[in-house]
Design a protein around this ligand. Structure first.
Ligand code: ATP
Ligand code: MG
Length: 365
């Protein structure tokens, strides 16, 4: 019987509230799924700063490196606005991403039929939408050097950012895209701007070469990123997996998020390179939303994004695709039955608490 080690890092604000509901789902799976889970909980963000004066301890980092998957809640809040920059709450997440080399950021955009009217687009455009944006997370213009603002002799200033990608960086993200597509609807759309950027030319060439050599069974399409943004709003169901660079991925995944309704619904995954011996990837799963200090402690938080993040962990880190389908199906059923947290409830409709939503999802499972 398979057993998986999960590290839970609830963090701050609503993080612990939504993580408690993940705990409920894990307990159910532990009893009923045929696989078992060893969970450990540690501090990150402001709560780690309060206890240890760092945003994450070395001991917690070691646990994260060793776990099958890390589940991360959210960090930050007004309480820590004036702590030193190096130990601010967000530094905990950045260290996890950097030390685990989590270069592949997966953001699914799923539109549950029951919420299709909450989207900013027409119901028929988004109903049943299920696409995945894959953003390269550790390269590109976010990190390329030089990156500076220089004062010129005439007193004018000049700002430089460098969009930089190597063959290796593009190859590894392309492989993740094709692997994901094989588990979904077998189509990858690669987006760049090769018409104006040299990095776009290389991106296009490398993705094409990886496809030809290793993944010719998957359908591959290339799209300029600006046209891709337009198509994403015009008819998003044409896509399956969209793979793109750090900057375009940042923008396109926010656009895709708005297709689906509430921030409280959106999970994400960040994956590292496969281990040379075991083939297992380091992985961190987190809701797209933040710590929501405005509603923390009020039992209002929607736990679905966090629970759906666990679903992604089951799918991508635990070889438990059926259990992942069960979680996703339970979320869809609960929404179809009309259960809503406050962020999803229509005016005048009764809303349930964080805990009640978690319990409803477990019952549906
Ligand atoms: P961060 O910088 O950490 O991303 P943020 O200020 O951008 O934080 P959030 O903390 O995600 O954003 O909060 C944005 C708004 O969405 C807030 O009004 C918050 O209450 C609401 N919100 C966020 N997550 C949830 C959730 N899970 N359930 C209900 N409301 C949420
Ligand atoms: Mg934010």
């Amino acid at each position: 019987m398979a057993s998986y080690d999960l590290l839970l890092l609830p963090g701050d604000g609503i993080g612990p509230e939504v993580m408690a509901e993940v705990g409920r789902v894990i307990e159910w799976l532990d009893r009923n799924s045929g696989s078992t889970f060893e969970t450990e909980t540690d501090l990150v963000g402001g709560s780690a700063y309060d206890a240890h004066a760092v945003a994450i301890t070395d001991a917690a980092m070691d646990k994260a490196q060793a776990a099958d998957a890390v589940l991360f809640g959210a960090v930050g809040g007004p309480k820590w606005d004036s702590v030193p920059y190096e130990v601010r709450p967000e530094a905990g997440l950045l260290r996890l991403r950097k030390d685990m080399d989590l270069f592949a950021n997966l953001r699914p955009a799923i539109c549950y039929p029951a919420l299709a009217d909450a989207s900013s687009l027409k119901r028929d455009v988004v109903e049943g939408l299920d696409i995945l944006i894959l953003r390269e997370l550790t390269g590109g213009v976010y990190f390329g050097e030089p990156k500076e603002i220089v004062t010129l002799e005439n007193g004018e200033k000049r700002a430089v950012d460098t969009q930089l990608y190597t063959t290796h960086e593009i190859e590894r993200i392309a492989r993740v895209a094709f692997e994901l597509a094989r588990t979904r609807n077998n189509k990858v759309t690669s987006m760049e701007k090769r018409n104006v950027m040299r990095s776009g030319v290389l991106w296009n060439q490398v993705v094409t070469a990886v496809h030809k050599a290793e993944y010719s069974d998957v359908e591959l399409e290339h799209m300029l990123a600006d046209a891709g943004g337009m198509q994403l709003v015009r008819w998003p169901k044409q896509f399956d997996v969209i793979v793109t660079d750090n900057l375009f991925g940042d923008m396109l995944s926010d656009v895709a998020a708005m297709l689906t309704g509430s921030l409280g619904m959106l999970p994400s995954a960040s994956l590292g390179a496969p281990d040379e011996k075991t083939g297992k990837r380091k992985a961190l799963y987190e809701p797209v939303h933040g710590s929501a200090p405005d509603i923390a402690g009020k039992r209002l938080a929607n736990p679905i994004a966090m629970i759906a993040s666990l679903g992604m962990a089951l799918r991508y880190s635990c070889d438990m695709g059926e259990a992942a389908d069960l979680v996703d199906g339970a979320i869809a059923d609960v929404l179809a039955g009309g259960t809503r947290t406050a962020d999803l409830a229509a005016k005048g409709q009764n809303a349930v608490s964080t805990t009640e939503m978690g319990e409803a999802i477990v019952r549906a499972m």
